[in-house]
Design a protein around this ligand. Structure first.
Ligand SMILES: Nc1ncnc2c1ncn2[C@@H]1O[C@H](COP(=O)(O)OP(=O)(O)OP(=O)(O)O)[C@@H](O)[C@H]1O
Length: 252
């Protein structure tokens, strides 16, 4: 379980996150949604200790994030950031092996090779394994970056907008793969999503943020309401039930 206790963050005098307290259950998928600038990426970065936490507390399974050595954190959680760009000439297979660095420290063993090959297979990346990451399409690169995060064999995966650049087929594929990873590999996934319908269809819980505040946190079918959509995004939308999910019709 991740416990956020009175987490605030500011840049200079500008408040970015305001007093966020909640608990994210272990296992399953929690989707972080909200309008642009709500503070989703900032919260994820604080959770991965990419930004220094100055106010409040964050713990993973009772381990205080601010008091844990980086090498231990790297085995507990992995993050895919929004601006994760790979510029060097590194192949897909090498990038995945790079994700194993906290374990092999530059000297990979048989287990590392096996995990990389299995991940390439699981993420449907075998055909691209020898290609340079910089030469991939945006969608192929996204998939590779998520695979690298998965390769780190951490309990917690933090993914900032992994569906960016993905077409309908690959976005849906990735979401169902993440669902399987959560269910079959017991991983906990916190994922920033802009499409509320993917959150509704695949997440166990939704956290809604606006103006640096956490304004809702609950099961998709409980929190997806016209009132909450109005409150979060300022849109009026019809909600249509489809196979036990509430889908939001906001296109027309
Ligand atoms: N270093 C910084 N200096 C000034 N403002 C910042 C800084 N980092 C973030 N912000 C501001 O904090 C707010 C939250 O940003 P953040 O990227 O966390 O939002 P977000 O919900 O992830 O947005 P998006 O959906 O657009 O990616 C924004 O208004 C952003 O401009």
């Amino acid at each position: 379980m991740i416990v956020l206790d009175q987490v605030s963050y500011q840049v200079g005098s500008l408040p970015i996150l305001k007093n966020i307290s909640t608990a994210i259950e272990k296992g399953g998928i929690t989707a972080l949604v909200g309008p642009n600038g709500a503070g989703k990426s900032t919260l994820l970065s604080l959770m991965a200790r990419l930004l220094p936490l100055k106010t409040g507390n964050i713990s993973f399974d009772g381990i205080d994030l601010s008091k844990t050595p980086t090498c231990d954190i790297a085995k507990k959680l992995a993050i895919m950031r929004q601006d994760n760009s790979v510029t060097s000439r590194i192949t897909v297979r090498e990038l995945l092996m790079f994700g194993r660095f906290p374990y092999h420290k530059g000297n990979p063993c048989q287990e590392d090779f096996e995990i990389v090959e299995k991940t390439l297979q699981q993420f449907n990346l075998l055909e691209l394994a020898s290609r340079f990451v910089v030469d991939l399409s945006g969608g192929q690169r996204q998939r590779t970056l998520v695979a690298m995060v998965f390769c780190q064999s951490t309990d917690y995966l933090l993914l900032d907008e992994p569906l960016n650049n993905l077409d309908m087929f690959h976005a849906r594929n990735l979401m169902s793969l993440l669902r399987r990873i959560a269910d079959e590999h017991n991983r906990t996934i916190i994922i920033v999503l802009h499409d509320i319908n993917y959150a509704s269809a695949y997440a166990d819980n939704i956290m809604g943020m606006k103006n640096g505040e956490l304004v809702l946190h609950g099961k998709p079918n409980d929190v997806i309401t016209p009132q909450n959509l109005q409150r979060l995004f300022g849109v009026e939308a019809e909600i249509v039930p489809v196979q036990n999910h509430k889908l939001v019709m906001h296109y027309v």
